[in-house]
Design a protein around this ligand. Structure first.
Ligand code: SF4
Length: 339
C-alpha cells in the first residue's frame, strides 16, 4: 500500500428526482427528491481496502455506483489515478471501466441465466477488445475461472448449475478478467451462508495481494469490515459521519452512530458495556431527511443545536475524523447516559 490516493472523491452527491407513483413528471404535481448520497468526500490509497459501513438503505451502494458512474452523480468529482471520471465522455468512460470494476451483492440476480460461464466472464474481454481470437479469449477465461477456484471444464455451464458461493466466484472472475486496479465490492458476501462468506473473503484477500488490487468494500456487517479493512468510513443517511484507520474507529469510535453500530456486536464492543448505545427507531427516509444533524432523531446525545445545524467533520486523531457537535464530551456523556 502507498500513501498516494488512487481514488479521490470530492463532494459527491446523488439525488433521484421523480414522482412517487409514476416516476415521470406531471404538470402541477411537485417532484420528489430522494437524497441518496449527499456531499461525500473520501479517498482510497493504492493497495488499500476502505471499508464502507452503514445500515441498509443508507446510500452505500448508491455511492459505489456513483463513483463508477453506473449511476450518474448529481454533482461532485471522482478523480481516478489523476483522471476526472465525472468529466469523461462515453468512449473514455468505457475505457476507464476496464480499470474500475464492481462485484455485486446478489450472485443470483447479477448473472444472466441464459449465458454460459464462458460468455459471462468473457464479455468484458469482448467489450474492451482484450482478446484477438476466440481461442485466446477462452484461454483467458479458463485461467481466470481457475484463479477464483472454479474448474475450467465448467465454462459451458449456466449459472443455475452452480451454488451461491460458486456464482459469486463467477461474478468475481467477471470483475477481474479485464485486469482492473480498483474494485467496488458491493456487499459481496451478504447473500451467502456464513461458512461460504469466509471462503469468499479469503479469496478476495488472496486476489488483492496477488493482483495488487484496491477495494472499496461495502458491508453492513462491522465484523467483516473490521477484519478486512485498512480504514473505515461510516455512512448514515447519505453522509459520511466518521472515517479513519480501522483500529482507531472501531476501538475508539467518536460518533454516537458508530458507537451504536459497535454496541450491536458484543464481540467487537471495544468501548465496553457501559458505553453501549442502542439505536431506536428506523433510518429516516431520504425523501425527507431530518434538518441539522441527520442522526438527531435517534441520537441519545442530541441537543437543540443538533436539530438545527449540521455538524462538520473534525479531526479527532491521526487520520480520524468525525462529524458531531458533541465530540469533546461524547464519551463521558455516553458512559453517564447508559451506566
Ligand atoms: Fe448526536 Fe448531535 Fe452528535 Fe448528531 S451532532 S451525532 S445528534 S450529538
Amino acid at each position: 500500500m502507498t500513501d498516494a490516493p488512487l481514488l479521490q472523491v470530492t463532494g459527491l452527491t446523488k439525488h433521484y428526482t421523480g414522482h412517487r407513483r409514476l416516476g415521470q413528471r406531471i404538470a402541477g404535481v411537485p417532484q420528489t427528491v430522494v437524497r441518496a448520497v449527499s456531499d461525500v468526500s473520501l479517498s482510497v490509497r493504492h493497495g488499500e481496502i476502505l471499508g464502507l459501513i452503514g445500515e441498509s438503505g443508507c446510500g452505500k451502494s448508491t455511492l459505489g455506483r456513483a463513483i463508477l458512474r453506473l449511476h450518474e452523480p448529481t454533482s461532485g468529482k471522482v478523480i481516478f489515478d489523476g483522471t476526472d471520471v465525472t468529466a469523461l465522455d462515453a468512449d473514455r468512460l468505457k475505457a476507464m471501466r476496464r480499470r474500475m470494476q464492481i462485484i455485486f451483492q446478489d450472485p443470483y440476480a447479477s448473472l444472466n441465466p441464459r449465458r454460459t460461464v464462458a460468455e459471462i466472464v468473457g464479455l468484458p474481454l469482448r467489450l474492451h477488445g482484450l482478446a484477438k481470437t476466440e481461442d485466446e479469449l477462452r484461454a483467458k477465461v479458463a485461467a481466470m475461472v481457475e484463479k477464483v477456484g472454479l474448474k475450467s471444464n465448467q465454462l459451458d455451464r449456466y449459472p443455475h448449475q452452480f451454488s451461491g458461493g460458486q456464482r459469486q466466484r463467477i461474478g468475481i472472475a467477471r470483475a477481474l478478467i479485464s485486469n482492473p486496479e480498483f474494485i467496488v465490492c458491493d456487499e459481496p458476501v451478504s447473500a451467502l451462508d456464513v461458512s461460504i462468506q469466509a471462503q469468499i473473503i479469503e479469496l478476495l484477500q488472496e486476489l488483492k495481494a496477488e493482483l495488487g488490487l484496491t477495494y472499496l468494500f461495502i458491508s453492513h456487517d462491522i465484523s467483516v469490515i473490521g477484519y478486512l479493512s485498512d480504514r473505515v468510513a461510516v455512512m448514515y443517511l447519505g453522509e459520511i459521519v466518521e472515517m479513519g484507520p480501522v483500529d482507531a474507529v472501531l476501538s475508539r469510535p467518536r460518533h454516537p452512530y458508530t458507537q451504536s453500530l459497535m454496541s450491536a456486536v458484543p464481540e467487537v464492543d471495544a468501548v465496553g458495556h457501559k458505553t453501549r448505545v442502542r439505536l431506536s427507531g428506523d433510518l429516516p427516509s431520504p425523501l425527507n431527511p431530518p434538518a441539522g444533524c441527520k442522526f438527531h432523531t435517534r441520537c441519545p446525545l442530541a441537543t437543540d443545536i443538533c436539530r438545527s445545524k449540521a455538524p462538520v467533520a473534525e479531526t479527532v486523531g491521526d487520520g480520524h475524523v468525525s462529524a458531531c457537535h458533541r465530540l469533546a464530551e461524547n464519551l463521558s456523556l455516553l458512559e453517564g447516559a447508559t451506566a
